[in-house]
Design a protein around this ligand. Structure first.
Ligand code: SF4
Length: 367
């Protein structure tokens, strides 16, 4: 397949791995930020082919995984209402709330619909004027343009029965939070190419400078990842800390300006709690005041919800790169894709799901 096969060539991959082996003279810890990159690394065994000197740790870039438990519980409460059609992408349905998940609410009679675009939810709202239609708008900067477009379109159409439960998160503040942590091990980042295709990478210059940490914008195919890892190792070995774009076929420094304008109109920056990590200042987007009447958390009274996490789940440590999924004592035992204790085990971008589906059970230990 053009544009894919050429970035999956095994011979070129092995050559790049040899080059990385020759380059790395001491131990380096690299974090891939994005859950899609994590799955590609684990599925292709890239972390196991790399020399021992280069360790990959997995970052917080799985939007489903970091959506706060309180927000999941709010979604469950809204979705259970008789007057609501609740629309979501499919990977939110198995994410555990405090007591149940959206699948269970659906099984109990909730009208929950899987959609493939937020604009599908707008169309459902047009077709069902006697129902409240709520879209679960989560994600990083990548999904924000489409979510913003849905809010804008609903507003333009004067749809009074459409609203969005918003829980957007932003990558750069999360990178800073990881680097600020006293437990941080990360020495270089592979930045998520799709986030940068929207937002560009100009914001990363200040992070590189402040933390003396290289940031390499990287794609998702094996050769993209290996080229990103190689570029990061070259910088680390040379004592440099710069922004490098290793995904030039998709990313420009300024990103996608029309998309950024749409986002700036619909969303406003806010503090955001990340599931498993805690509150990170100015790390999320909420609906801006102009679209406040389309905010489902305002429209529906879902206050007073008491959320409680599983005490067995170590998602926060996995998301910050201080624990590998197969080092969690519950991995593959109490926690499986059929009996998930945390979102990382069910999301298509979750690191624990990546390890489970690749059969990586060897290291589960008692902490
Ligand atoms: S294996 Fe399960 S319990 Fe352990 S960190 Fe991952 S999601 Fe949480």
């Amino acid at each position: 397949m053009k544009y894919l096969d050429e970035f999956r060539d095994p011979e070129v991959a092995l050559r790049l791995i040899e080059e990385i082996k020759e380059l790395a003279t001491r131990r380096w810890v690299l974090m891939e930020v994005c859950g899609g990159q994590t799955h590609s690394i684990i599925r292709n065994g890239i972390d196991q082919l790399l020399p021992d000197a280069v360790e990959m740790v997995h970052g917080p870039g799985c939007p489903v995984c970091v959506t706060p438990l309180e927000t999941i519980d709010k979604a469950l409460a809204i979705a259970a209402r008789d007057d609501v059609i609740f629309c979501s992408f499919g990977d939110m349905l198995r994410v555990p709330g405090s007591d149940e998940d959206l699948f269970q609410v659906k099984g109990g009679g909730g009208d929950i619909r899987v959609v493939y675009s937020p604009l599908d939810a707008v169309a459902i709202a047009k077709d069902n004027p006697d129902k409240e239609v709520v879209f679960f708008g989560i994600g990083f900067e990548t999904t924000a343009p489409a979510n913003a477009m849905a809010v804008y379109q609903a507003s333009q159409d004067g749809l009074e029965n459409f609203s969005m439960l918003v829980s957007h998160v932003l990558v750069p503040p999360a990178m800073c939070a990881i680097l600020d942590s006293p437990h941080n091990r990360v020495q270089a980042f592979l930045a998520a190419g799709h986030v940068c295709s929207v937002m560009g990478y100009e914001e990363y210059y200040a992070i590189c400078q402040k933390y003396k940490t290289p940031i390499v914008v990287t794609g998702f195919e094996p050769l993209d990842l290996l080229q990103g890892i190689k570029a990061a190792v070259i910088q680390l070995e040379d004592g440099k800390a710069e922004v490098h774009n290793a995904y030039q076929r998709a990313v420009r420094p300024e990103g996608n300006l029309p998309a950024r304008e749409m986002i700036a109109d619909v969303f406003a920056v806010t503090d955001r709690t990340w599931r498993g990590i805690g509150m990170i200042p100015v790390s999320g987007w909420k609906l801006s005041d102009r679209y406040r009447e389309l905010d489902a958390s305002v429209r529906f009274s879902v206050e007073g919800i008491q959320s409680k996490e599983s005490e067995l789940c170590h998602a926060g440590e996995v998301l910050q790169g201080t624990l590998k999924p197969d080092e969690c004592p519950a991995f593959g035992k109490e926690c499986t894709p059929r009996t998930p204790l945390g979102a990382l085990m069910v999301s298509s971008e979750g690191a624990c799901a990546a390890y489970f589906h690749s059969g990586r059970f060897a290291r589960a230990v008692a902490l």
